[in-house]
Design a protein around this ligand. Structure first.
Ligand SMILES: Cc1cc2nc3c(=O)[nH]c(=O)nc-3n(C[C@H](O)[C@H](O)[C@H](O)COP(=O)(O)OP(=O)(O)OC[C@H]3O[C@@H](n4cnc5c(N)ncnc54)[C@H](O)[C@@H]3O)c2cc1C
Length: 413
């Protein structure tokens, strides 16, 4: 590769690819894939590990952006795989439609998010891959494969870690557009979250709790749909100025709070599309436990709070409805995600992640596919009941391991 090597968003990964290509047409993409080298798709590079890397050709699809296609009778939208959520949510809202949920930021590509099981929060809401009803991809031979919900391979192929082919477009379920009002309750005792879990996380359409484990309290972000039912919980006290998920960070990049209603895509993410989300200078880890294990997981993390503090910027608790997508972190169980935003100092962060893993792995935790973990890949795969089936699916779609890299080889052999 001539010139500086591309890096991920966080700057902790320099991709090892021999070349980076940006096909301008589907035919060009098919030719690149058919050519023979190891290939890998790169989304917007928001993963914190080497999941997207390759020693061969890295393919970005951002130059391949046909218009989004709305099918009002089927209540679906088909979007280019390389589009960011930020690119599609405005046109979708203008046409009178919405996606059920979004992640904390809209800066990420649709295909990259779906491939890693990226999620937002909500007791009744699945992760972003849960909205997928169809996809098209270029297979190892350069052919086009289309899969729809109900096809035998569909549930295996959606959260694919990029190993089955280069996804070119995804068809997502939509619903009529809606408004959301976001309110933050500050100073909520962690004891109250532990003991009244269902009330707290059932209080709104989408609920996130942020804590640093330093004062035994959390700030709880409630994203309500007007007219939507909730448990009525409203602990702590209402914030009277905007609150950033990370203490002390300027709130300019946050979506509007203080209960002001606005379109779904301007409230469900924590961060606006036009500014740097989160801290910017950071690493992240995340672990998914079954919902019933969550109060115990929170107690275990409180027990190691002192060890977390030196490297922790914030910890976010979110809920996700269980699904049937084989490699989805919420496969087969309603789930709670414990997310950690760390300072960007890998040598200092790694041993603390190991402490978190010591606390959460015995509780059945699955690590986020796109974030920092020390868990042995074979151990990770064993936590997915359909993991072996996925490995067989991968061998069938990609017998010569054209889409494999060191990360996926460690998982699947
Ligand atoms: C500030 C910040 C906030 C975040 N917030 C959340 C959050 O709220 N919830 C959450 O779950 N995660 C979150 N993440 C993690 C992020 O959502 C995931 O890492 C996600 O994969 C990022 O999408 P991407 O487009 O950057 O993917 P990349 O990192 O570019 O790629 C991820 C994987 O997708 C594959 N891929 C990409 N495009 C294609 C394609 N066209 N065909 C086949 N495979 C493809 C890649 O090969 C790779 O395996 C956050 C990350 C950051 C930096």
């Amino acid at each position: 590769m001539t010139g500086p090597r591309p890096q991920n968003w966080a700057g902790n990964i320099e991709y090892q690819a021999a070349r980076l290509v940006r096909p301008a047409s589907l035919d060009e993409l098919r030719a690149v894939v058919a050519a023979g080298e190891p290939v890998r798709a790169l989304g917007t590079g928001h993963s914190f590990n080497r999941i997207a890397d390759t020693t061969g050709t890295l393919i970005r699809l951002d130059a391949l952006q046909p218009a989004i296609e709305l099918d009002e009778s089927a209540r679906t939208v088909t979007v280019p795989a390389g589009a960011r959520y930020a690119d599609i949510v405005g046109p979708l809202h203008a046409a009178g439609y919405a996606l059920a949920n979004l992640a904390s930021l809209p800066h990420i590509s649709v295909a990259g998010s779906v491939a890693t099981g990226t999620h937002g929060s909500g007791d009744t809401l699945r992760n972003l891959a849960g909205a997928v009803v169809g996809l098209r991809m270029v297979d190892a031979a350069g052919g086009l494969v289309r899969l729809r919900r109900g096809d035998a391979d569909f549930a295996g192929a959606v959260v694919s870690l990029g190993t089955l082919g280069i996804v070119t477009d995804l068809t997502l379920r939509i619903e009529p557009t809606f408004t959301v009002a976001q309110e933050v309750r500050v100073g909520v005792p962690l004891d109250e979250i532990s003991s009244r879990w269902d009330e707290v996380f059932g209080a709104a359409y989408s609920v996130s709790a942020f804590t640093t484990y330093t004062d035994g309290a959390a700030n709880v972000f409630l994203k309500r749909r007007p007219g939507g039912e909730g448990t009525g919980w409203s602990g702590g006290r209402a914030a009277d100025t905007p609150v950033h998920p990370i203490p002390g960070v300027d709130t300019a990049a946050c979506t509007t709070q203080l209960g002001v209603p606005g379109p779904w895509h301007e409230r469900l993410p924590h961060f606006r599309p036009d500014l740097v989300p989160s801290a910017g200078d950071e690493l992240q880890s995340e672990f998914f436990v079954a919902r019933q294990a969550a109060p115990g997981a929170l107690d275990a993390l409180r027990g190691i709070g002192d060890q977390l503090t030196p490297v922790l910027l914030t910890c976010e608790l979110r809920t996700i409805k269980g699904d049937q997508l084989w490699l989805s972190p919420a496969y087969g169980r309603d789930t709670v995600a414990f997310h950690f935003t760390w300072i960007r100092d890998m040598p200092a962060v790694r041993p603390v992640v190991a402490q978190v893993e010591k606390a959460l792995i015995p509780l059945g935790a699955r690590p986020h596919w796109g974030k920092v973990t020390n868990v042995d890949p074979a151990e990770v795969l064993s936590r997915y009941p359909r993991g072996a089936d996925f490995a067989a699916l991968r061998r069938r779609y990609d017998p010569e391991s054209k889409f494999a890299n060191a990360y996926t080889a460690a998982l699947f052999g």
